[in-house]
Design a protein around this ligand. Structure first.
Ligand SMILES: [Zn+2]
Length: 57
C-alpha cells in the first residue's frame, strides 16, 4: 500500500510553483479543492493534484 500522505506532500512541493500544464498561463499554488489539500491553478482553477485524508487525523 502506498503512503499517499508522505508521497503526496512531496508531490505537492514538487508541483508548487510550476507552470500550469492546462492553460500555461497560471502558476500552480498549494490550496484546497473540495476540502482536500490540492495544488491548483488560480488562472483556470484546475486542480493538478488532490490529497484526500490529509490533515484530518
Ligand atoms: Zn491553469
Amino acid at each position: 500500500m502506498e503512503d499517499i500522505r508522505s508521497d503526496g506532500e512531496t508531490l505537492l512541493s514538487r508541483l508548487e510553483g510550476n507552470s500550469c500544464p492546462q492553460c500555461t498561463a497560471g502558476t500552480l499554488e498549494r490550496g484546497t479543492y473540495k476540502d482536500n489539500v490540492a495544488v491548483v491553478c488560480p488562472a483556470c482553477e484546475t486542480p493538478q493534484v488532490q490529497l484526500w485524508d490529509v490533515g484530518s487525523h
